[in-house]
Design a protein around this ligand. Structure first.
Ligand SMILES: [Zn+2]
Length: 101
């Protein structure tokens, strides 16, 4: 859908692109959806409290005919693993390099 601009469900060729996807808030512009809203800048000392530092944004592709939607993340280079807060990197790189290829 992102590359071909064709809906994978109904084959329509009119796709709405909303970039970045935003949630309604009190502002006219709305709040962009972050990929990870709760990451911190890693700081945290006696004098400095860690600041919330949202990472990544999400673009939304919506089929104009059937409404099927896909979200695509970008600007995710700064993501940091934090399993205790639900952020994990599932890395299958090299998973097929065993004796059972
Ligand atoms: Zn469709």
């Amino acid at each position: 859908m992102k590359k071909a601009h064709v809906c994978p469900k109904c084959s329509a060729r009119k796709i709405w692109l909303i970039e970045p996807f935003r949630l309604v808030d009190d502002t006219l512009a709305g709040q962009p959806v972050a990929v990870v809203a709760h990451q911190t800048d890693g700081a945290g000392s006696f004098f400095r409290v860690p600041r919330r530092e949202p990472k990544g944004v999400v673009d939304l592709y919506v089929c104009a005919a059937c409404g099927y939607s896909e979200m695509w993340a970008r600007d995710i280079e700064g993501l940091v693993e934090d399993p205790s807060r639900g952020v994990r990197l599932l890395d299958a790189t090299g998973a097929h390099e065993g004796p059972f290829r």
